[in-house]
Design a binder for this molecule. Structure first.
Ligand code: C5P
Length: 242
């Protein structure tokens, strides 16, 4: 099952023990793990090495956003960690992105964050952006393309539009994934938590996403192994249908 599994597990847990316990439960099902600041600040770079030694590809999701020189230094250091992917805010602007791309000249894949999936059209106005989320995403994806960033992060709701515009040259990564359940069986009433733009794994794949970042729907499941297995099965069925 490992090969071509598009699930990136967001390992948003308190400490390494909790993370390793979960990964043990998911043995053989998950190959890609996303580490955010919570676990990284707790465990440091050693954690990344440990995960890589166990065969996981690591997406370090620190969402860099700073002046070009500072970001360049950060990317250079990240490159030495041997990680698969590192996130950076596209809203950091052209100069910052160009420096980041230059600094990531090795095999490190930079994932450009468009608009966080916790934003909707109302929330985005509070930070002074008056165009709708989808418009802002178009602008930022264009900046990614122009500066040489080849992977972008957006919600499943924008994936189809991004795929149409950029074809296969962009890798599309979608967080904001939620599962249909017996009590939440309609797309309109998916559990959101703090996310604003959500959809199901199936919809994300149909929209053209390459990778799905999934945290709480797996982490909070009473049976994480069954949750991952059923998501993967749904994706495989869809791929066979195509
Ligand atoms: O628990 P849930 O599935 O909502 O987790 C989503 C993960 O994806 C979190 O770790 C969050 O930091 C990350 N993420 C996101 N929206 C983005 C980029 C990353 O939710 N635009």
């Amino acid at each position: 099952m490992k090969e071509n599994n598009p699930i990136i597990l967001a390992l948003d847990v308190q400490d390494l023990n909790q993370g390793l316990t979960l990964l043990k439960k998911l043995e053989g099902l998950i190959q890609k793990v996303k580490i955010g600041p919570g676990l990284f600040f707790q465990e440091g770079p050693l954690l990344l090495r440990q995960l890589q030694e166990k065969g996981f590809q690591v997406f370090l999701d620190l969402k860099l956003h700073d002046i070009p020189n500072t970001v360049s230094l950060a990317v250079r250091s990240a490159q030495k960690l041997g990680i698969w992917m590192l996130s950076i805010h596209l809203s950091g602007g052209r100069k910052m992105l160009k420096e980041a791309v230059k600094a990531a000249s090795g095999s490190l894949l930079l994932a450009g964050i468009t608009v966080l999936t916790s934003f909707d059209d109302q929330e985005i106005k509070t930070i002074g952006i008056l165009s709708p989320v989808v418009k802002q995403i178009e602008v930022l994806a264009g900046l990614a393309e122009e500066t040489g960033i080849r992977a972008i992060v957006a919600s499943p709701l924008e994936a189809a539009c991004l795929r149409k515009t950029w074809g296969e040259k962009m890798t599309i990564i979608t967080p904001g994934i939620r599962l249909l359940t017996e009590s939440k069986s309609e797309l309109s009433n998916l559990k959101q938590d703090d996310q604003a733009r959500v959809s199901t794994p199936l919809k994300a794949i149909q929209a053209g996403a390459n990778y799905l970042v999934i945290g709480r729907p797996i982490l909070e499941s009473s049976d994480p192994r069954a949750a991952v297995a059923s998501i993967f099965e749904e994706i495989q069925l869809e791929r066979m249908r195509k």
